[in-house]
Design a protein around this ligand. Structure first.
Ligand SMILES: NC(=O)c1ccc[n+]([C@@H]2O[C@H](COP(=O)([O-])OP(=O)(O)OC[C@H]3O[C@@H](n4cnc5c(N)ncnc54)[C@H](O)[C@@H]3O)[C@@H](O)[C@H]2O)c1
Ligand SMILES: [Zn+2]
Length: 525
């Protein structure tokens, strides 16, 4: 009998591994960070039996302990959200393992013997399966369970990491984040193939019907059917609203059309809008949700790389006016961001490349491992999109977390954008956003070298990586530089005006607020 994968798979996580691997301490921090409850199975057994684990072992043997362990697990498995730290042998029993894996996601924590010994040596806790001399007992246990622990597909190496670092590595591995500080906060989940289960996922989160699925003319024909079907099976009465594709439709007219469609679909205060598409759909549907009935819930289901790693995160929604981009908008956080990297298979190559400029940017800002994947070139990138999306979202999520309303820190995300925006504008938007950002990142790196903040190798490396992904790195010769300068506020007429740049210092670190006064510095660096 196969159990239907439960919606809780997106928020019920099990930490597993040998004693000393950090399950409890990292688990507690992880639960805090994701805003969900934490349970330690051993502590639950002790509380229920009003006895200690060593005493339970002494009195009832390992079999008696395992029986109690299974009972506690059975109760915990009924929860939809939480982190559960398992005992080191809890999943040796295949039936228990099957039940646990059907309810949620197991992460196996790993560390070499010496590290485990050091961590156990520092702890006061008594461990019945390790009585006697610690080293030979633990060595024996690890050998006996080696193939068991490595049989879990999600594993995290914890060697040399603090509990907080382990918790963060687990988040990156799971693609699970939580943004606080903007209303009730919201979850971000990256899950391959999750689009087809969206109905039960939303239902489990208490999101209401009727729902409106907003998508564009390119995305709807490929993905609307499975989404609508899944919502229907969950009883969430979906109404599909298809809008034209492209930035020029991110307009008041389209929003007015959405409001009208919401009325026809009889959306109520408790209803949910689902934005299924790239950044344009997200900005539009999010803004329509922000304003309809003074704000109703919405869920972002980003389908372009740019929307996954950038546009869908941060709660900014809005539309363009004839006079400029994103001039009207609102902060209105989605209730959930659900990114399914599987859909990137159909994203046109040039859109994927453009999104990769933001990914490289995130690698430079805070994730050298992400940058290293980007450095391996296009084929490697194409076949590692899951990890790329999880890591790139991790960088933006942690920055937003520290600065939800853009008061300062978020500035680092503007790397490559000061010049990038100017280039986009001066090219009459012929340059794609990502292409302009790519050129802007390289210019920022050269400025950093020029200012003595970075080594020359840094700008060469960054340029090579972006080039390797098929992105441009030089200002197109035909572009009017004075127009670019004017667009970023560095023109001669505004002499005395300084513009603040974000400059890379090394891979994984940027400096914000570096003042540049001279246009030539930007173009000649
Ligand atoms: N709100 C924010 O914080 C924020 C941040 C960055 C960018 N943005 C906005 O995002 C927009 C750009 O986003 P974008 O690059 O996703 O543009 P987009 O929404 O126009 O999508 C790009 C193209 O790809 C198509 N597409 C999307 N997903 C697809 C898929 N899986 N398969 C096939 N085709 C697919 C779309 O139909 C479109 O033609 C801009 O309007 C920008 O202002 C907003
Ligand atoms: Zn950008």
């Amino acid at each position: 009998m196969s159990e239907i994968p439960s919606p809780s798979t997106l928020s019920l996580f099990f930490l597993y591994g040998p004693p000393g691997s950090g399950k409890s301490s990292a688990g507690r921090l992880l639960a805090q960070s994701l805003g969900i409850p934490f349970w330690d199975v051993d502590a639950e057994i002790e509380a229920r039996s009003r006895s200690s684990i060593p005493r339970i072992f002494a009195r009832y043997g390992e079999a008696g302990f395992r029986k109690r362990e299974r009972k506690v697990l059975d109760t915990l498995l009924s929860h939809a959200r939480g982190i559960i730290s398992l005992g080191g042998g809890a999943l040796l029993n295949t039936a228990t393992r099957a039940r646990v894996e059907a309810r949620g996601t197991v992460v196996s924590l790993e560390a070499p013997l010496e590290t485990l010994l050091a961590r156990l040596g520092a702890s006061e806790e008594e461990r019945p399966l390790l009585v006697g001399e610690l080293r030979p007992r633990l060595e024996e246990l690890l050998t006996a369970r080696a193939s068991h622990y490595t049989s879990f597909p999600l594993r995290v190496e914890t060697n040399g990491l603090t509990s907080a670092e382990i918790a963060w590595q687990i988040q990156v591995r799971l693609g699970a984040y939580h943004i606080r500080g903007m209303g009730a906060g919201y979850d971000i989940r990256v899950k391959h193939g999750s689009l087809a289960n969206i109905g039960e996922i939303l239902l489990a989160r208490g999101l209401g019907s009727p729902t409106a699925v907003v998508s564009d003319k390119n995305v709807a024909p490929i993905y609307a059917d499975p989404v609508v079907e899944s919502l229907k099976s969950a009883g969430l009465s979906p109404h599909l609203v298809v809008i034209p594709a492209g930035e020029r439709h991110k307009s008041f007219e389209t929003v007015a059309g959405l409001w009208q469609a919401f009325t026809q679909a009889r959306l109520e205060r408790g209803s949910t809008v689902i934005a299924l598409g790239g950044g344009v759909v997200g900005d539009l549907a999010g803004f329509a949700a922000a304003t309809y009935l003074r704000g109703i819930a919405w869920v972002a289901v980003p389908t372009s790389l740019l929307a996954m790693v950038d546009a869908s995160l941060g709660g900014k929604t809005g539309i363009d006016l004839p006079g400029g981009k994103n001039l009207v908008g609102a902060f209105h956080a989605p209730r959930l961001v659900l990114a399914d990297p599987l859909v990137l298979q159909t994203l046109p190559d040039e859109e994927l490349r453009s999104g990769m400029a933001e990914v490289v940017k995130h690698g430079i800002i805070a994730d050298p491992a992400l940058f290293a994947i980007c450095a391996k070139g296009w084929p490697v990138v194409r076949s590692n999109l899951d990890e790329i999306v999880r890591r790139a979202i991790g960088v933006k999520a942690s920055v937003i977390q520290a600065d939800p309303y853009e008061q300062g820190l978020r500035a680092s995300l503007n790397l490559g954008h000061t010049l990038g925006h100017g280039l986009e504008y001066a090219s009459g938007y012929q340059l794609r956003h990502g292409e302009a950002v790519s050129i802007g990142i390289v210019a920022a790196a050269r400025l950093a070298v020029h200012k003595g903040l970075a080594n020359p190798e840094l700008s060469i490396e960054i340029q090579q990586v972006l080039r390797g992904l098929g992105l441009p790195t030089e200002i197109p010769p035909g572009l009017d530089r004075s127009q670019v300068a004017a667009a970023i506020g560095l023109d001669k007429k505004r002499s005395g005006g300084k513009v603040r740049f974000v400059l890379p210092v090394r891979i994984g670190e940027v400096r914000t607020g570096v003042e540049i006064e001279d246009v030539q510095q930007v173009f000649d660096a």
